[in-house]
Design a protein around this ligand. Structure first.
Ligand SMILES: [Zn+2]
Length: 55
């Protein structure tokens, strides 16, 4: 799990992964399915201040 820095409070936060459907689409529709990886990423939520953003 990759960690990124919160844009608001600067704390390290686990970067959100992909929903299961995005992985399935990416594999089944390869290489076009890779676009799903760009579109389907879940937003990252900071555990300290609650800020949610698209990382
Ligand atoms: Zn934060």
């Amino acid at each position: 799990m990759a960690s990124i820095t919160c844009q608001k409070c600067g704390k390290l936060t686990d970067r959100a992964g992909y929903p299961a459907w995005v992985i399935v689409v990416a594999i089944c529709l390869f290489p076009l399915g890779l676009l799903a990886l760009l579109a389907g990423r879940k937003p990252t939520t900071c555990g300290s201040c609650g800020l949610t953003w698209q990382a």
